[in-house]
Design a protein around this ligand. Sequence first.
Ligand SMILES: Nc1nc2c(ncn2[C@@H]2O[C@H](COP(=O)(O)OP(=O)(O)OP(=O)(O)O)[C@@H](O)[C@H]2O)c(=O)[nH]1
Ligand SMILES: [Mg+2]
Ligand SMILES: [Zn+2]
Length: 354
Amino acid sequence: MPGAGRSVASATTTTPDDPLADLGWGPDLDAALPIGLAPARVVRSDRGWVTALGRFGEVRLRFDPLHPLSPTPTTGDWVASAPGDDLVAAILPRRTALVRAGAHDEATPQVLAADVDLVGVCVPLSSPPRAGRIQRYVTLGWASGATPLLVLTKADGALGPQAASEVAAMAPGVEVVVVSARDGRGIDDLRARLRGGRTMVLVGPSGVGKSTLVNALVGRDAMATGAVRESDAKGRHTTSTRELVLVPGGGVLLDTPGLRALVPWDDGDGLARAFPDIAPLLGTCRFSDCQHRGQPGCALEAAVAAGQLASGRLEGWQRLHDDLSRIEAETETRLRTSRSRPGRSGRSGRGGRR
Ligand SMILES: Nc1nc2c(ncn2[C@@H]2O[C@H](COP(=O)(O)OP(=O)(O)OP(=O)(O)O)[C@@H](O)[C@H]2O)c(=O)[nH]1
Ligand SMILES: [Mg+2]
Ligand SMILES: [Zn+2]
């Protein structure tokens, strides 16, 4: 195993020149580290093996996918291993986790990234923005426990930076950075946000420029990139694995494959935070079971009628709310079924969040 079984520094406390600090290691993680184990951060995870960055560089560690080591280590996770052993002995508790509903089975959460500080929602300024899509990614971001950031890519593109305020209005309360990997604008701003070992995951559909942005930020071709299709500007799903890249000077980027469809997994306040214009109105309708679809005394529809809420915002919220309700119902059914079967335990937690 390359790098496996290297010696472990006896003291685990971080010093200013500790290479782990650039990766986001800090006192709270240190406090959670089991005695005698060495920490490393997962770069990628693949069928029973992780590649991780530790104090002495890259290591390969194995984990048993069938072992009740829960959850399965994923990109961004901090794992710990015993000196001389190439087995993942522990996964440190996740402070944040980016979780979607499974693409094939919605009631099964899929963790896309762990322990991120920022969720860079990439929206290209080369084609008309789609509000519904942006709302989904922003909800995913807030639901993770981290902070979403709108990253408007391809500012040199057809729409130009003047479209930034139009896109920003689709995500109220979310900070915006306008970047171009081609002419370099916004790159330093983004890099500054990663200083101090902060981690940002880049998310968005294929072709929006996530990997190109990673390369611009790290100053080398760390990730492969691919041209979008000429006919419809769609990406070609160039990136196929989730990968962690260290930014020179400190900070971490997580590149992800473009998602074809996204239903965020939200068991907290993701939806409410993505819709700060709607959340305060909930519970103020005349009927407590108001469906906000033509029921008398609906506060949401009244706000739309009064011009205080754009109808598109209500429609976007409705669609996401419907998705989340459907998944919640399905999850409840599963839980009940597995509980009623003797000898089977219920689902454990929703994606191991925070
Ligand atoms: N004009 C312009 N083109 C860009 C910019 N950033 C990326 N591109 C182009 O957009 C295309 C897609 O870029 P990628 O970085 O591969 O996109 P991605 O989001 O990683 O796509 P997937 O890996 O498929 O999810 C490439 O042809 C890039 O050259 C930019 O700032 N300006
Ligand atoms: Mg890519
Ligand atoms: Zn209502």
